[in-house]
Design a protein around this ligand. Structure first.
Ligand code: CMX
Length: 134
């Protein structure tokens, strides 16, 4: 299944407000949404650059995925998300080809998209997400 574009790049930050200021004042892009995703234990901020978004991720719980990531590796690049026609089918396709899935089925994520993650251990060290419009 061919991706249409890079939907977003996820970046783990320690302080969302400081990071928003950097992306606004230095990179020159505008924050168009701030959203808390309780089940992922993050607060997110979104910026649009062409068809691709930057998603800043601030942890709301040290035991959440971003809290653990920052504790282990520090702030920085966290994941890449590919826009595909059907995230569920893209996950199935990856599974049949031996890729380890984090999400066996697609689920609802930030911005109401259908999403699912592949494990970085089977994707050359890069946490990878598929996204589709439900
Ligand atoms: N990129 C690359 N490698 C990563 C990683 C990341 N973002 N997060 C963890 N890892 C690595 C760890 O460093 C570890 O490597 P080593 O074994 O070499 O030390 C390995 O993956 C496994 O780590 P773990 O401690 O066993 O597992 P964790 O409990 O840290 O979970 C992961 C890792 C990827 C399974 C978990 O973070 C996850 O399920 N992520 C998907 C959901 C998510 O990231 N949500 C936040 C974003 C939500 C949103 O976009 O709205």
């Amino acid at each position: 299944m061919k991706p249409t574009h890079i939907e977003h790049i996820g970046i783990a930050v320690e302080n969302l407000d400081e990071a928003i200021r950097y992306y606004t004042e230095i990179i020159g892009t505008e924050c168009y949404a701030i959203e808390e995703v309780p089940d992922q234990k993050v607060r997110t901020a979104f910026f649009r650059i062409g068809e691709t978004k930057i998603e800043l991720l601030e942890s709301t719980d040290p035991d959440g995925p971003v809290g653990k990531f920052i504790e282990k590796r520090g702030a920085g690049f966290h994941h890449i998300a590919f826009a595909v026609p059907d995230a569920g089918k893209a996950l199935k396709n990856a599974e049949t080809k031996g890729i380890q899935l984090i999400d066996k089925q697609s689920r609802r994520g930030a911005e109401g998209l259908e999403i699912g993650f592949l494990h970085p251990k089977s994707t050359f060290g890069v946490l990878t997400e598929f996204c589709s419009i439900p």
